[in-house]
Design a protein. Structure first.
Length: 104
């Protein structure tokens, strides 16, 4: 790949990410009062994280079962209001132990 095209790609990426952040700040002058929009904006980061991580949780293991069981355990741990570190540790431990069981 030419050096010239790589620089263009980087500049386009910079422009795109900055437009996504600057345009809403320029268009919205006051606090958002609409309950639906506020609720939508509140949950967007969680949904984005879930969409990015969920497929890998299932597909990265030797079989899908350890990922599915770790996902279920994570939901239960989060439902019980355990912290983020505890939920992640539980999920990692379940995937590790079940992957070792199925691999060996």
């Amino acid at each position: 790949m030419e050096k010239h095209s790589v620089i263009i790609y980087i500049l386009i990426a910079i422009l795109t990410t900055n437009l996504i952040r600057v345009v809403p700040m320029a268009l919205i002058k006051g606090p958002i009062r609409n309950r639906f929009v506020r609720s939508f904006l509140y949950y967007v980061p969680y949904v984005t994280l879930a969409v990015m991580t969920f497929p890998d949780m299932i597909l990265v293991t030797p079989t899908p079962l350890p990922g599915v069981l770790a996902f279920a355990a994570g939901i239960i741990a989060a439902w019980l209001r355990l912290g983020l570190f505890a939920v992640a540790a539980i999920c990692c431990a379940i995937v590790y132990l079940l992957s070792m069981l199925f691999a060996g």
